[in-house]
Design a protein. Structure first.
Length: 408
C-alpha cells in the first residue's frame, strides 16, 4: 500500500466537491484594524478584513499590547510546562480570578483553546456525574460534539433552539442526572438561544446547564459577560464556557462555575492535566482586555452599530443577507463553488477578504460568506463593501433576493 496515495485521494475528493481549503497569507497592521497586508501571488497588497473574530480589535489595543510586552520582558515567553509539573504562573492565577468575577462564579479554569475547554470540560463533567444524560442542540459546535462523544455517556440531540422539543427529552428521564449543553449565540446563523426558557426546563427537570458563550463574551452584557448576563440569567447557568481568542483578542479558552466543579475538572480532565499552560504574557494580555471591556462600552456600541448598518444596506440592496439580531451577518450563497468564486472576486478585484464557509462547518446547500463587522468598520468601509458585493453578485450571476429582507 502506498500510504501517501490515501491522502492525495482525500484531497482530490475535497477539490472535486469544491471544499478544498485555501489559506491566504496576511499580516495584520497594529493600530490600523481592520486593514492587513496580503502576500498575494503578485506581491504585498493592502486589504480590508471583514471576517475576523477579533470583533472589538482588542488584539491591537494599547493596554493589551503593553500588558503582554511588560510580562514577556519580566517572565519570558513560555509557561515552562504543564501546571502540574512546572507550577502555575501568577498571571494565569490572576486571569482565572478575573474570569470568575466576570461571570459571577466562584472559580474559573483556563485551557489552551476554546475547543479544548469544551472537549475537556464537557467530557469530564459528564463522566464524573455518572449515568449522565446529555441533552445537546443539533447545531452545537464541533468542540461540544467531541466533548460529548469523549464523555462516553448517553446523549439525545434536540432540535435547534426548540424548547418544545427539549422538554419531552428531559421528561422521559425524570430520575436520571442530566446536563443541557447549548450555545448562547450560534456563530453561523447569528441566532440566540432561549436561555431563560432552557433554565426554566433545567429547574423543572433537575438538570445542570452548560452554556457556550464563545461568540458573546466581551460583546454583550453591561460588563461583556455575554448573553446570559445581558438577559439576567447568568446566576441560573451552572457552567459558562468562553474564549479569550475572539472579542478579548488573545488566545485560550475557559470554563467558570462552582469551586467544587472547577476543582474537579482541574484534577480529572486529561485535556487540562497533560497540556502546557498558557504563557504568562498571553494571560496578562487577556486580563487587560477583560478589565478594559468590563468598564468600557464604547467598543460594543460601535460594533453593534456597524453590524446593524451593514445589515440594513445589504437588505435594501436585495443581497441575500440572513436576518439576525446579533453581530453575525451571514450572506447566503448556497453553493460551494459560487461561494468560493465570490470570495475570490472580492479579494482579487476589491481588496476585501471574506472567507467562504462551507461543509462541514455548515450543511451542504447552505454555503455562505459570514461577515463580521468590527468596531472599526465605519460608514466608508460599509459603503465600499456594499459596492463590491453588488459588483460581485452580478458577475457570477449569484441570486439577489426577490425583495429586501428585514434586517433586525
Amino acid at each position: 500500500m502506498i500510504y501517501d496515495d490515501v491522502f492525495a485521494k482525500a484531497l482530490t475528493r475535497l477539490r472535486d466537491e469544491q471544499r478544498y481549503r485555501i489559506f491566504i497569507e496576511i499580516e495584520r497592521i497594529a493600530g490600523r484594524c481592520p486593514y492587513a497586508i496580503w502576500n498575494s501571488p503578485r506581491g504585498p497588497r493592502e486589504i480590508v478584513i471583514w471576517c475576523s473574530n477579533d470583533y472589538l480589535g482588542m488584539s491591537q489595543h494599547p493596554d493589551v499590547i503593553s500588558a503582554m510586552s511588560e510580562t514577556a520582558s519580566r517572565t519570558g515567553t513560555g509557561a515552562g510546562g504543564t501546571r502540574n509539573i512546572a507550577g502555575t504562573n501568577s498571571p494565569l492565577v490572576e486571569l482565572e480570578r478575573e474570569l470568575a468575577d466576570l461571570h459571577s462564579k466562584a472559580a474559573g479554569l483556563v485551557f489552551t483553546s476554546g475547543y479544548v475547554s469544551n472537549q475537556a470540560g464537557i467530557s469530564t463533567i459528564a463522566r464524573l456525574i455518572g449515568d449522565c444524560l446529555i441533552l445537546s442542540d443539533e447545531l452545537n459546535h464541533n468542540s461540544i460534539i467531541e466533548g460529548i462523544r469523549q464523555s462516553g455517556v448517553d446523549r439525545k440531540i434536540g432540535q435547534h433552539n426548540d424548547v418544545a422539543d427539549l422538554e419531552p427529552l428531559l421528561a422521559a428521564e425524570p430520575a436520571r442526572p442530566k446536563l443541557i449543553v447549548f450555545e448562547s449565540l450560534y456563530s453561523m446563523d447569528g441566532d440566540l438561544a432561549p436561555v431563560g426558557q432552557i433554565c426554566d426546563l433545567a429547574t423543572r427537570y433537575g438538570a445542570m446547564t452548560y452554556c457556550d458563550e464563545v461568540h458573546a463574551v466581551g460583546l454583550y452584557g453591561a460588563r461583556g459577560a455575554g448573553i446570559a448576563a445581558r438577559d439576567g440569567t447568568i446566576h441560573r447557568i451552572d457552567v459558562i464556557e468562553g474564549t479569550l481568542a475572539k472579542a478579548f483578542g488573545c488566545l485560550g479558552g475557559y470554563i467558570a462555575g462552582s469551586s467544587n466543579l472547577i476543582d474537579a475538572v482541574r484534577c480529572y480532565a486529561p485535556g487540562f492535566i497533560f497540556t502546557t499552560a498558557l504563557p504568562p504574557p498571553l494571560c496578562s494580555a487577556a486580563t487587560a482586555a477583560i478589565r478594559h471591556l468590563k468598564t468600557s462600552d464604547q467598543e460594543r456600541r460601535l460594533q453593534q452599530a456597524s453590524a446593524a448598518r451593514l445589515k440594513q444596506v445589504m437588505s435594501a440592496a436585495r443581497l441575500p443577507v440572513m436576518p439576525t439580531s446579533t453581530h453575525i451577518v451571514p450572506l447566503m450563497v448556497c453553493d460551494a463553488g459560487l461561494c468560493k468564486q465570490a470570495s475570490d472576486l472580492l479579494l482579487r478585484d476589491h481588496g476585501i477578504y471574506i472567507q467562504p464557509i462551507n461543509y462541514p462547518t455548515v450543511p451542504k446547500g447552505t454555503e455562505r460568506l459570514r461577515i463580521t463587522p468590527t468596531s472599526f468598520h465605519g460608514q466608508a468601509l460599509i459603503d465600499q463593501l456594499l459596492d463590491a458585493l453588488i459588483d460581485v453578485w452580478r458577475r457570477p450571476e449569484l441570486p439577489f433576493a426577490r425583495s429586501p429582507l428585514a434586517a433586525e
